[in-house]
Design a protein around this ligand. Structure first.
Ligand SMILES: CSCCC(=O)C(=O)COP(=O)(O)O
Ligand SMILES: [Mg+2]
Length: 224
């Protein structure tokens, strides 16, 4: 019996296009100036140190910025990059430059599940801050009251089974009572390996007849 639902963001509850065509270019364009103008911010300093270590260490500012841009262009889920993007997007949401795209079917079903007593969580490669911003400034208003918690890559990569074992431990539930929703098969495979129930959102993809996961075209197809 499912008691908790953990949803991915990009491609699942929000569109690929919003992330790739709005959020990523926004952060990419502002990242160099953001780093230069936040040199004395402790949080930014820590992120730069962490990124520098991941890049091999001792990069000067120009090279480190080029490294960040490369990570963005190749959509790498590097934790300090994701945290930095969240800080930059905060300005975008607060300035009203954009609102968070969330699919209408996702909002309707998340609200319904919440009302029925299911616990709702988010697990995304985007930082927890970025997740809260997207759902807090969504096209449907503030959706954060629906969620009991958020997970990002600090708990581990989304294609690693250990991450889902840790999430189940944090939720205090047997893995089989947790349903994970994603658009990426490798993530679903990892969740399934950890014992979670899975559902594949194949919104803009052709269904895969060979896959072990339930496949639905939107949240209306999910039956708990
Ligand atoms: C939290 S909004 C930005 C999403 C993001 O940065 C990203 O890399 C998308 O990853 P997801 O795990 O949501 O597919
Ligand atoms: Mg996704």
């Amino acid at each position: 019996m499912i008691k908790a639902i953990v949803t991915d963001i990009e491609g699942t509850s929000s569109s690929l296009s919003f992330v790739k065509d709005v959020l990523f270019p926004y952060a990419r364009a502002r990242l160099p100036d953001f780093i230069k103008s936040h040199q004395d911010h402790t949080e930014v300093q820590h992120l730069l140190v962490a990124a520098n270590q991941l890049a091999g260490g001792n990069l000067d500012e120009k090279t480190l910025i080029a490294q960040f841009i490369h990570w963005i262009d190749t959509d790498q889920k590097i934790t300090p990059l994701k945290s930095l993007q969240g800080l930059i997007w905060q300005e975008g949401y607060c300035n009203g430059d954009f609102t968070g795209h969330v699919y209408e079917d996702a909002v309707r079903n998340l609200r319904h599940w919440f009302d029925q007593g299911y616990k709702l969580y988010v697990y995304s490669s985007g930082s927890v801050q970025a997740q809260k911003l997207l759902f807090g400034h969504s096209d449907f208003g503030d959706l954060t009251p629906l969620f009991s918690g958020y997970f990002d890559t600090h708990i581990g990569g989304k294609k690693e089974a250990i991450s889902y074992e840790r999430i189940a431990a944090e939720l205090g539930l047997p893995a089989e009572q947790i349903l994970f929703l994603s658009d990426i098969k490798d993530e679903l495979d990892a969740a399934r390996q950890a014992g979670l129930a899975t559902c594949w959102l194949v919104r803009e993809q052709a269904p895969d007849a060979a896959a072990a996961h339930v496949q639905v075209s939107d949240f209306d197809g999910i039956h708990l």
